[in-house]
Ligand binder design. Structure first.
Ligand SMILES: [Zn+2]
Ligand SMILES: [Zn+2]
Length: 411
């Protein structure tokens, strides 16, 4: 009971804070106030809503570095009014948000990787392995940067992913995994993008153009993406230090999705439990500062990037949004930028049209099942590789199976 009252008090407190910030700062997306609660300053979005022909919809499926219940690692899903859809990064844990949002694997077959850090690629195993047993009977298209060493590029990553998951692929190949025209869901077609090219075309089809430009992050080989369609545009930075490629490319953009990290002192205290003056405190802060300096964008730097580019909407992601991190971040951003800005958490949904940008939060079930798959006509489906579910078990294991009739006849 005391717990319940405390929760209610906390909830009102948090809502007050949200209203205060939202009114002066356009608001941030969702807010994790305390365990088990997600509180939003925005109207709900119900998945399945028809997208207008001339709009772009961006759904944040993962928004954090730290894997947490309220925020998975990084990914955004972009849908266009012409029916196309694109995935940018696919970090640990994001599959659960895609399932909850009702996105079938057939609509997630084009994945654009900014770099190959685990918090941006960690859930590709799930997408690759379970796509063909759902409705992706065609290859997974992976776009991503080259590396200085070919073994570190996206092509090698894709080949190694296939090798890594061979046992799973064979196991599921007693089911149909492809189409009679030769396409197969367990194929990965990788397109490697030269990481130093500015404005290189990653994808151009159906009126959609996705280009890339260098990001500056940790070591050579990270990129950012720009998508343009129907007079609308968005940039997804991936991870990067504030850089002049971005300032040049993001001028005139509709939605700039840019990474931002908490200050080194916050990172040090949240992740180590240390306080100023404790043994190890200075070392923990120095470590966090070094990571920020060679890899990431501070709150003030994000504000500066916005001030130099003036997007219709700036969205910070890759940021742990807590009750005590969002307010100071907005304050830092406001030191140099007064325009519309949001801090993303999972399931933020942004509809972009030429006249409006609408921010909402998707309302989903914590207990979702896979969405309804696209059903190919039977005569298009290729036969499975193996004859039935027992074809890959040896005689000894087959002989050890308890006959079904022994337990299924139980009444
Ligand atoms: Zn990274
Ligand atoms: Zn990252």
């Amino acid at each position: 009971m005391v717990g319940l009252i405390r929760r209610k008090v906390l909830r009102s407190l948090v809502l007050c804070v949200i209203m205060a910030i939202a009114s002066c700062a356009f608001g941030y997306a969702t807010y994790s106030g305390f365990p088990g609660q997600i509180i939003s300053a925005f109207e709900p979005f119900i998945p399945g809503e028809q997208l207008a022909d001339d709009q772009m919809r961006i759904t944040f499926m993962g928004t954090s570095v730290v894997p947490r219940i309220a925020q998975q690692c990084n990914s955004v899903f972009v849908e266009l009014g012409n029916g196309d859809s694109f995935v940018f990064d696919f970090g640990s844990g994001v599959s659960s948000n895609y399932v909850a949002a009702g996105i079938p694997p057939s609509r997630m077959d084009k994945v654009f990787l900014t770099h190959l850090h685990g918090d941006h690629v960690g859930d590709l195993i799930t997408l690759y392995c379970f796509g063909p047993s759902q409705d992706r009977k065609t290859p997974l298209y992976l776009y991503g940067p080259s590396g200085d060493d070919p073994e570190e590029g996206t092509q090698a990553f894709a080949e190694n992913l296939k090798k890594l998951m061979k046992w799973h692929v064979e196991a599921f190949s007693f089911l149909s995994t492809g189409l009679k025209d030769g396409r197969d869901g367990y194929e990965i077609i990788a397109k490697e993008l030269p990481y130093m090219t500015v404005g290189g075309v990653a994808y151009e089809e159906n009126g959609v153009k996705i280009t890339h430009f260098p990001a500056v992050h940790d070591r050579n080989g990270s990129i950012s993406y720009k998508l343009e369609w129907n007079g609308l545009s968005m940039i997804f930075s991936g991870d990067t230090i504030p850089n002049y490629y971005m300032i040049e490319q993001a001028k005139g953009i509709d939605v700039l999705i840019h990474e931002m990290v908490v200050p080194p002192e916050v990172w040090a205290s949240k992740n180590s439990g240390l306080n100023p003056g404790d043994p190890g405190w200075e070392r923990a802060v120095a470590f966090a500062l070094a990571v920020q300096r060679n890899s990431h964008t501070s709150q003030k730097a994000f504000g500066y990037i916005l001030s130099q580019t003036n997007p219709r909407l700036g969205v910070a992601t890759h940021f742990q949004a807590n009750e005590d991190t969002v307010g100071p971040a907005i304050e830092d951003i406001r030191l140099s930028y007064e325009g519309p800005v949001a801090i993303a958490t999972d399931l933020l949904v942004i509809n972009v049209s030429k006249n409006d940008i609408l921010l909402r939060r998707a309302v989903v079930s914590d207990y979702a099942w896979y969405p309804q798959p696209y059903m190919y006509p039977q005569d298009q489906i290729a036969p499975p590789k193996y004859d039935g579910p027992f074809a890959q078990l040896n005689d000894t294991l087959l002989g050890s199976i308890v006959p079904e009739e022994i337990y299924e006849s139980a009444k």
